[in-house]
Design a protein around this ligand. Structure first.
Ligand code: IFM
Length: 466
């Protein structure tokens, strides 16, 4: 057993457990028009009035593009063994296809080399929501060709960095990049569609499968997986209408993507429910078999769970893919973060056990995101004492440790996020980082949680070498 600064015994994770932190390109890089980067759907979405809190954009973000060395040093001081970042497709291919922007590739070469110089393993995500605008103009993920566009881009990146990146993630949170981008329209490109939104989810998965195939063909030595965010949803009451509504909400928030990836099927409850709005003509012969391609690990993003109750349903003609006749709420009595998300450390344990028990062919798991937003501030002594975040991480790690103890093959944990950043529609209004960012000056200030996490990792490593 190791001690953490909360002075309670923290369970020891298995030797070699990969401790890390995560970020994504659009959320931290800035330099939106520099060195040949093309526009993405987020550049245009942010400029649509009313879409993003305060009208914020990722134009400058954390200015990571110019502060790369400083940020790499912060990672080294933190003592992490892994760093998860994403590659901006429009930096590499400004038009999504065709002309390659070498200066974009150079940036990621510097990042990957800088990580290796500091003994930090790179974990690269190929798609964290920043689709090149030119591709959206051609239908984006609604267009079945998007799978091939993505695989071509992925192949190019494998060629440039495949020898130096041990962990690859094809997609980050495809439920957000499809259902919440083309269905509810809360994320870029902000469309509210039915059948076509379900098709985007399918095309993203086809893109994933083609990228995995391209990776295997490239002969690169690393491992490849997909990152899924799961939001387990149970019924708010035992009223049959609430039970049915929760089953639909859970099928979307928890099962749609892992069922497809590990069983080659979509959940029947949603296939039946979607019939009035979709004939599923976008699923071609052989697609599901391709989507079930074996992967080396599952990336799990876990934050919260829900309870759901039945809600009114628009007529099929007006229905989007996220109109499920269900409303999801915070479980009664649950503590919440300042995002209003339930704090459910036991839910973390349960989702890990559920994955293990549901999918017999489940590969090892890396938690690729977990974190919390609180009302952080720099106090008069110049420090950010984010004790709530420390308590959050501490409790979630104990939940994860229980799952490991019960036999779940969990190989690593990446806190989201390394630093405060552009939180999508919340703009800069929500802070989840271990490092405070002063957005006026770009100055970085490690929070108390950064030092806590550093000490916890050091204590775990001390156990490893005992
Ligand atoms: O900031 C996001 C990240 O981009 C995807 N997962 C959830 C995080 C917190 O909302």
């Amino acid at each position: 057993m190791t001690q953490n600064t909360m002075n309670q015994p923290m369970p020891t994770f298995p030797p070699g457990f990969l401790w890390g932190v995560a970020t994504s390109a659009y959320q931290i890089e800035g330099a939106a028009t520099e060195d040949g980067r093309g526009p993405s759907i987020w550049d245009t979405f942010c400029r649509q009035p009313g879409r993003v809190h305060h009208g914020d954009t990722g134009d400058i973000a954390c200015d990571h593009y110019h502060r790369l060395e400083e940020d790499l040093d912060l990672l080294a001081d933190l003592g992490v063994g892994g760093y998860r970042f994403s590659i901006a497709w429009p930096r590499i291919l400004p038009n999504g296809r065709g002309r390659v922007n070498q200066r974009g590739l150079d940036f990621y070469q510097r990042l990957v080399d800088g990580l290796h110089q500091r003994d930090i393993a790179p974990m690269a995500t190929l798609y964290h929501w920043d689709l090149p605008k030119t591709l959206e103009d051609q239908g984006g993920w609604r267009n079945r060709d998007s799978a091939a566009w993505f695989a071509d881009y992925a192949s190019l990146v494998f060629e440039a960095l495949g020898d130096r990146v041990p962990y690859w993630i094809t997609l980050n949170e495809p439920v957000c990049a499809s259902f919440y981008s083309y269905g509810s329209g809360t994320l870029a490109p902000g469309l509210r569609l039915g059948h076509d939104a379900i098709a985007t989810a399918h095309h993203l998965l086809l893109g994933h499968a083609e990228a995995v195939a391209a990776f295997r063909a490239s002969g690169a030595p690393g491992q490849i997986g997909i990152t899924l965010n799961l939001g387990p949803t149970s019924p708010a009451t035992d009223d049959p209408a609430d039970v049915a509504a929760a089953a639909r909400a859970d099928a979307l928030a928890t099962r749609w993507f892992p069922d497809a990836v590990f069983t080659g099927e979509y959940p029947k409850v949603l296939l039946d429910f979607y019939r009035p709005i979709s004939d599923f003509s976008f699923v071609h012969d052989g697609d599901m078999e391709r989507i079930r391609v074996p992967i080396d690990f599952l990336g799990l993003n876990f934050y919260k769970s829900w309870v759901a109750r039945a809600a009114e349903l628009p007529s099929p003609r007006r229905r989007t893919a996220t109109d499920l006749g269900a409303v999801s709420e915070v479980p009664p009595g649950a503590e919440v973060t300042n995002f209003g998300w339930a704090v459910v450390p036991e839910g973390f344990r349960d989702v890990l056990l559920w994955l293990r028990d549901t999918y017999p062919n489940l590969p090892p798991i890396y938690v690729t995101e977990n974190g919390a937003s609180y009302d952080d501030y720099v106090d008069p002594t110049g420090q950010v004492r984010d004790t709530e975040r420390i308590s959050f991480i501490d409790r979630y790690l104990r939940g994860a440790a229980q799952a490991v103890e019960a036999g779940v093959d969990l190989r690593g944990y990446f806190y989201w996020s390394m630093m405060d950043n552009f939180e999508w529609v919340e703009g800069y209004g929500k802070r989840l980082g271990l490092v405070w960012v002063d957005y006026d000056t770009g100055r970085r200030l490690p929070k108390a949680s950064y030092y806590w996490y550093r000490d916890m990792i050091a204590a775990q490593h001390a156990q490893d070498t005992r």
